[in-house]
Ligand binder design. Structure first.
Ligand code: BGP
Length: 465
């Protein structure tokens, strides 16, 4: 029996700032991500996001590769600073043309374009007036959404609002979405983003009544580190601030009393207006898209001397709050070369939890393994570890569907190599290798990895391979 629905959307993902490059071409204005690779943690002289994979100048060839793999869908982000020139909202027609060409090419190959409206690249003109934690952001995001719906609405069936709204809020300082020196209550920032999201969902209903729209956070099951009741309490706490508060806001139309009381206790209360409350209530999504890389394990911090940064190096997110919950390593799990835990069964657990809680169809918009891929002398990339990773996760996804989870599609990270947010070019995710390194752009040639041929077969058999 075939476990995947006939119309299942197999594909893969990218994001504009990690893939397009061409940061000064085609009338694009600067964004905060253009300079992300100039941070002290990056090697000096890196050419990371400036050129990325130069998809901007290779989009046709890139779509052809996706078509050759048999993609049914492709999830990419539209770059806000490529579309809007300034805070007055002037539109960059060259940017509109670029995405129209890309969308048309995808449709020509019968690949469903799935559009992320915003993937971390706040335009500088918004950062200069205070960034994501301001009313300017929510208003300008609504205007930007209008431009997207006007220009692409007739062709796009699936819209994703904000990539990883939860990581955006939790790791605001790390991602740089908060202007330097600005002291921000992360929960107020989250609320601003939730309002921005609600506004664009409401607008989408008006302008594109046939389209479907949903959020795209990063969600993962949180385990309790032991059977101690206090560790389970830590699990509940971290679950709330890592996963549910964001999805509750959009799917249940507001925040739980447990969350609001918690904020009060910590002196982190947020301002929510009546109007905003109404908006949250009136913007239920059609589906939930989420990114899944690994699970999290929680314990109650044992003593006061615990260090906030303790797990940051190994975990995808070093989330730790004294007296509330601490993310710890899970010794049951293997790790990637970059220290991220690998948990395919956790994928099934996460799918079940999300579906059970909200009863909305699910689309996976990221999942994958970042690795130091090696290009052999004869021009091959033997990424058997990637095939193994995907086989195990897809097997668990099939089991989740058998369990009763309703799924729309699977778009792992990433379609083609791009620049990792935290590790530059050395950490690759694609089915296709891009011939460049950190400092040398080489010829940017696209080279099919072993996983390319494997994924092609898997798609052709609708997940049976
Ligand atoms: C997600 C982001 C992506 C991508 C991915 C991998 O959180 O949505 O943009 O970067 O993580 O992360 P990294 O590149 O740091 O390995």
């Amino acid at each position: 029996m075939n476990k995947f629905p006939k119309e299942f959307l197999w594909g893969a993902s990218t994001s504009a700032y990690q893939f397009e490059g061409a940061i000064n071409e085609g009338g694009k204005v600067p964004s905060i991500m253009d300079r992300f690779d100039e941070q002290p943690t990056y090697p000096k002289g890196i050419t990371g996001f400036k050129h990325a994979s130069d998809h901007y100048n290779n989009w046709k060839e890139d779509v052809a590769l996706m078509a050759e793999m048999g993609f049914k869908s492709y999830r990419f982000s539209i770059s806000w600073p490529r579309i809007i020139k300034n805070k007055e909202g002037d539109v960059n027609n060259e940017g509109i043309k670029f995405y129209n060409n890309l969308i048309d090419e995808l449709l020509k190959h019968k690949i469903e374009p799935i559009v992320t409206m915003f993937h971390f690249d706040t335009p500088d003109f918004i950062q200069e007036v205070g960034g994501a934690c301001t009313n300017a952001f929510t208003e300008l995001f609504e205007k930007y959404s209008k431009v997207l719906f006007e220009n692409f609405g007739s062709k796009i069936k699936y819209w994703l609002t904000i990539n990883e709204l939860n990581m955006f809020a939790l790791a605001a300082q790390v991602i740089g979405v908060v202007p330097p020196g600005q002291n921000v209550n992360p929960w107020q920032l989250m609320h601003h983003l939730n309002v921005a999201q609600a506004k664009s969902i409401i607008l989408c209903r008006k302008m594109c009544p046939d389209a479907k729209i949903g959020p795209a956070p990063n969600i993962s099951t949180v385990y309790s580190n032991s059977n101690k009741p206090e560790d389970y309490l830590a699990k509940l706490n971290l679950d709330m601030v890592r996963n549910w508060v964001y999805l509750d806001a959009v799917c249940r139309g507001g925040y739980s009393s447990i969350f609001m009381n918690g904020l009060k206790k910590m002196g982190l209360e947020i301002v929510i207006t009546e109007d905003e409350n109404k908006m949250l209530k009136n913007s239920k999504p059609d589906f939930i898209a989420f990114n899944y890389y690994s699970t999290m394990t929680a314990q109650m911090p044992i003593n006061e001397s615990f260090k906030k940064e303790k797990n940051n190096k190994d975990q995808q997110t070093g989330l730790s709050i004294p007296g509330f919950g601490e993310a710890v390593k899970n010794n049951q799990l293997q790790k990637t070369q970059f220290g991220w835990e690998i948990d395919p069964i956790g994928f099934r657990n996460t799918l079940r939890e999300v579906y059970d809680r909200y009863q909305l169809p699910i689309m996976i918009t990221e999942n994958g393994i970042g690795a130091r891929d090696v290009l052999t002398k004869d021009g091959k990339v033997h990424d058997d570890y990637r095939i193994d990773y995907y086989q195990k996760h897809i097997e668990q996804m099939a089991l989740a569907i058998e369990d009763g989870v309703e799924m729309i599609g699977y778009m792992p990270w990433s379609a083609i190599d791009l620049v990792s947010t935290h590790e530059g070019v050395s950490k690759r995710y694609g089915f296709v290798y891009v011939n460049r390194d950190e400092f040398d752009l080489k010829d940017m040639k696209r080279i099919k990895k072993d996983s390319f041929y494997w994924y092609k077969k898997l798609i052709a058999s609708n997940g049976e391979e």
